[in-house]
Ligand binder design. Structure first.
Ligand SMILES: [Zn+2]
Length: 478
């Protein structure tokens, strides 16, 4: 399974900033601050105020110093071992370090008793932690399974504890040279890492993604993003592939992923059809996804897949014009001259294109696992339309006609949900806005940058492979 997984992980240039938590906090605040300024700018632009004023405002606001909350500002970085922490704080020397986990229904005092701390020491340790900011609260809500690194005190050496209270913080407790127990909260150092994963699918996208080391929440994000255009049940074939570029936040001490950012780029290759989606912020700064042409990844189904036509018959009961009795009309009729182009109502795969009884010349498109659309009484098909062919929304698939049981040229259009016709006017499928004309240039530059990053990842692996060859050629002056 998944023989061809290539996992390329590199520390992004941003990672250096992230190692220092003080700076990170500063940058986050700055980012939030700039977002607010951005919104102010949008408002100013929206209400038509002189643009020059807004940039002056921005300049001025940027110069205001940012005040950081004292508690985070004062926190220092945690270290991987107690020995390093002892050095950091100048604690009394320790000897052997052991490790345990906090058990169910166990308080820290009970755990300390279990790992052979003396009663008097335990009360001094607990007392010291209680005096920390929120110390009592921390002690009363320690997580089960919390890792406790510890060193028992002896005649000549000090006692020490390093407890990992949550994803971001450690508490270190130590004895100073006067044997007084002291404690402090430390931030665990983190870094952001950009990762490119390329993966060939054996038979299941989810399993292939999981096996290639993509975090579960990123996989779910990818599936919901691709779900608008890919039918995972029927469309995934052995040998199809995907690649994904995303950023994860890693705890440097434990090397565990503690957070992931929204996917930067994802591309899936389905039997040679490549679908690409890029993250780009909308006017509110929220991440949205678009294809290379700026079309939203959130696809809907058009209610009117034809231009310049008149709705001549609605969905519901009606007296049938040919049969003469009341019959449920399970679609919409659009009267239009023969030869009027008919569009694909959404992205999908052509499931049927041919004669279909009273429907005459008929096309059915499968959009996702749930939705299909059908087009009947056509005069002819677009010459590129074949069963199994992928079509995109708005593409001409055929032309209005009057084939089959029909009184005159019109398009009979059906939306089929879970194999049952539904009223096309009532369907509610989320649709995203496409990139606006005014944003298309910056979007195109944005995707160029993303692809450049992706290519840089690929080049780095190639560079590693061919480093020796390069060295040889340099030596030979070639
Ligand atoms: Zn009809």
């Amino acid at each position: 399974m998944n023989a061809n997984i290539a996992v390329l992980t590199f520390v992004n240039y941003q990672a250096n900033i992230e190692c220092n938590m003080k700076k990170v906090f500063n940058i986050r605040l700055l980012a939030e601050f700039l977002t607010v300024i951005g919104l102010i700018n949008i408002l100013i632009l929206y209400f038509g105020t002189n643009n020059a004023n807004s940039s002056t405002l921005k300049k001025e606001l940027e110069d205001i110093p940012i005040i950081r909350p004292a508690n985070l500002f004062n926190l220092e970085e945690s270290a991987d071992t107690i020995f390093n922490m002892v050095q950091k704080v100048g604690a009394k020397a320790i000897t052997e370090v052991k490790k345990t986990k906090l058990k169910k229904n166990e308080s820290l005092s009970v755990a300390l008793k279990r790992i052979n701390f003396q009663k008097s020491e335990i009360s001094k340790i607990i007392n010291s932690i209680s005096k920390l900011q929120n110390g009592r609260k921390i002690l009363s809500s320690l997580p089960i399974g919390m890792i406790i690194d510890y060193s028992n005190p002896s005649m000549l050496t000090g006692g020490a504890l390093k407890i990992n209270i949550n994803k971001t913080k450690d508490i270190f407790v130590w004895q100073d040279i006067n044997n007084t127990y002291k404690s402090q909260i430390y931030l665990r150092p983190t870094k952001f890492e950009k990762t490119l994963i390329q993966c060939v699918i054996e038979n299941n996208l989810y399993i292939a993604a999981l096996n290639s080391g993509i975090p579960v929440n990123t996989i779910l994000e990818m599936i919901s993003l691709l779900g608008f255009s890919v039918d995972f049940q029927r469309e995934i074939k052995q040998g199809d592939s995907f690649e994904i570029l995303f950023t994860k936040k890693i705890d440097i001490l434990s090397n565990e992923i503690i957070q992931t950012k929204p996917i930067t780029y994802v591309s899936i290759n389905l039997s040679g059809n490549k679908l690409n989606f890029f993250k780009f912020p909308d006017e509110f700064g929220l991440p949205q996804y678009y294809d290379e042409n700026g079309k939203s990844a959130k696809r809907t189904i058009m209610k009117t897949p034809i231009n310049g036509a008149r709705l001549s018959s609605r969905y519901g009961n009606r007296k049938h014009p040919i049969l003469g009795y009341t019959k449920m009309h399970r679609g919409l009729d659009f009267a239009a001259p023969t030869g009027t182009p008919v569009f694909a109502a959404g992205d999908g795969i052509v499931e049927k294109a041919g004669w279909n009884g009273s429907y005459g010349k008929y096309i059915r498109i499968r959009h996702t696992g749930t939705y299909k659309t059908a087009y009947a009484h056509l005069s002819k098909f677009n010459k590129n339309i074949r069963v199994g062919k992928r079509v995109s929304q708005g593409k001409t698939i055929g032309y209005v006609g009057s084939t089959g049981r029909s009184t005159g040229p019109h398009l009979h259009y059906e939306v089929i949900k879970n194999n049952v016709q539904v009223n096309p006017m009532r369907i509610k499928i989320p649709s995203g806005k496409n990139i606006s004309k005014s944003n298309i240039l910056s979007y195109q530059n944005h995707i160029k940058n993303i692809l450049k990053q992706k290519n840089a990842f690929q080049r780095s692996t190639n560079n590693k492979k061919f480093a020796i060859n390069d060295y040889e050629s340099l030596k030979n002056g070639s």
